[in-house]
Design a protein around this ligand. Structure first.
Ligand code: E4P
Length: 219
């Protein structure tokens, strides 16, 4: 399973780009708003930091013409890597279908049900993003949602990639991978936690001490 970073923070993206296992970036209007720059400024900077899919979200919702215009503008920033993020609603699905005919990649976001994911796949979405954390927050079951969407994809061999989003903890990442999602997009703080294990830390301390004993024999 690929890992993307879910942030618009340039320092976090720059740091994550050195790790070797971050393959893309997802942003949304709330993440962009934290950065004090325009969306175009942020996206222009991100494309210089990561050579992989970068989701940029269309914001002028409910007006198909305006949304399409914004989608094309965002895509022009970097045709190699920009992915147009669209809501799973009537307008978003229409635009998804149109952009797929133009070979412009799309990420259908705010997905909370298997049927929404099915529509995204049928409309030709490149990616669909089920939101795990927000679903668990309201007492629903993100584990089941991933299972259902993965099953639908496999039953009909859809090419749409499943990006698990709204990740709140390492368990969400593990569940995504175990159940067969293609990608998890993960906030910086959670990415840091993925490599942590207290037995790794204590084991390393022991190995270092023992290596020192052996090194002293060599003197
Ligand atoms: C990414 O594509 C989503 O916009 C993001 O993961 C949403 O996360 P949140 O539910 O923590 O806001």
């Amino acid at each position: 399973m690929e890992l993307f970073i879910d942030t618009a923070n340039l320092n976090e993206i720059e740091e994550a780009s050195t790790w070797g296992y971050i393959k893309g970036v997802t942003t949304n209007p709330s993440l962009i708003a934290k950065e004090g720059l325009t969306q175009e400024e942020v996206i222009n900077k991100i494309v210089k930091l990561i050579d992989g899919p970068i989701s940029a979200e269309v914001t002028c919702n409910n007006d198909v013409d305006l949304m399409l215009e914004q989608a094309h503008k965002l895509y022009e920033i970097n045709k190699k890597n920009i992915v147009i993020k669209l809501p799973i609603n009537e307008e978003g699905l229409k635009i998804c279908h149109q952009l797929s005919k133009e070979n412009i990649p799309t990420n259908l976001t705010l997905c909370f049900s298997a049927n929404q994911a099915l529509l995204a796949m049928e409309a030709g979405a490149t990616y669909v993003s089920p939101f795990l954390g927000r679903l668990d927050d309201i007492g629903e079951n993100s584990f089941q949602l991933i299972q259902e969407i993965v099953a639908i994809k496999r039953n009909y061999q859809y090419q749409t990639k499943i990006i698990c989003a709204s990740i709140r903890n390492p368990l969400h990442v593990k569940n995504s991978a175990v159940l067969g999602a293609d990608i998890a997009t993960v906030p910086y703080k959670i990415l840091l936690k993925l490599k942590q294990h207290h037995l790794t830390d204590s084991g390393l301390v022991t190995f270092e001490k023992d290596a020192l004993k052996t090194a002293q024999l060599n003197k």
